[in-house]
Design a protein around this ligand. Sequence first.
Ligand SMILES: Cc1cc2nc3c(=O)[nH]c(=O)nc-3n(C[C@H](O)[C@H](O)[C@H](O)COP(=O)(O)O)c2cc1C
Length: 298
Amino acid sequence: MNLSVKIGNMTFKNPVLLASGCFSKHTLDFTDVSGLGGIITKSVTMKPREGNPPPRIFETPCGVINSIGLANPGIDEFLKDELPCILSSQTRVIASIAGADVDEYVELTRLINQTDVTGIEVNLSCPNVERGGVEFGKDPESVKRIVDSVRNNTSKIIICKLPPLFDNRKIVSAAEQTGADAISLINTIPALAVNFETGKFEIGGKSGGLSGPAIKPIALYCVYNAIKSTNLPVIGVGGIMNARDALEFLLIGAMMVEIGTGVLVDPDIGNKIVKGIEEYFCKEGIKDIAEFQRRSRF
Ligand SMILES: Cc1cc2nc3c(=O)[nH]c(=O)nc-3n(C[C@H](O)[C@H](O)[C@H](O)COP(=O)(O)O)c2cc1C
């Protein structure tokens, strides 16, 4: 059986990636990631960011709301401390970048281009301050400008990470026109929780982003729409907690999957999902992902 997949000129040993924000060098103390397709690092910015006020995570019956606010140590510390640890983990590493404007995305790309990462995931769920805080990933022109500039500064693979949009055709084609190698979606969905007893918001920053099992049907919807409107490989993200969830995304045509919240629940979840996919293919006599997808009626 062969679970390998190709994005751009890079081969991944299987389609399972750990999503940005749910993994750090400390996760390596609890799991061996060498059997995964790869890992995506927490989105990094040029300057350190404190992030939003606590509490930053609230558990709902079917997922979590987070309002981390892109807290990260900044690119210098990331390159000096976090990245070398993660690069020693014997799997493909993709660095996620987040910018406040095109220049910041470019500067981050230039610095990361000098490292041994396999690729760059461009987090487009960041607010464009010049345009009233609208996320870059909701505006085709911004997507074109950012991804074009990133492309001009690296030959590594570029994955465009999109926010949840019910009609993502224009955004997906903007990413395709600029030379992205793949599209990943979805990021978290805006959400809010209140404490009935105290009358306060459950999250320090008032609202946050919902992830986990609650968002899987929405993620499947957005991923399916993206697949229908692009020839680029699409990476499915949202609510994947086991091999069956991952196989659902592959069945509708996703090339790979990313696991976020699942890693917070069980740091070893990626290995369990790879094993579950292998067992299923073995039981059904399926030799590779292309054969699995040929069986689908989508
Ligand atoms: C605590 C937390 C932090 C996150 N941080 C980032 C981030 O820095 N960059 C990013 O692109 N996505 C970030 N995400 C979004 C995830 O990568 C993923 O797109 C989303 O959670 C949906 O997948 P899931 O349901 O498997 O968690 C974060 C999610 C969580 C729960």
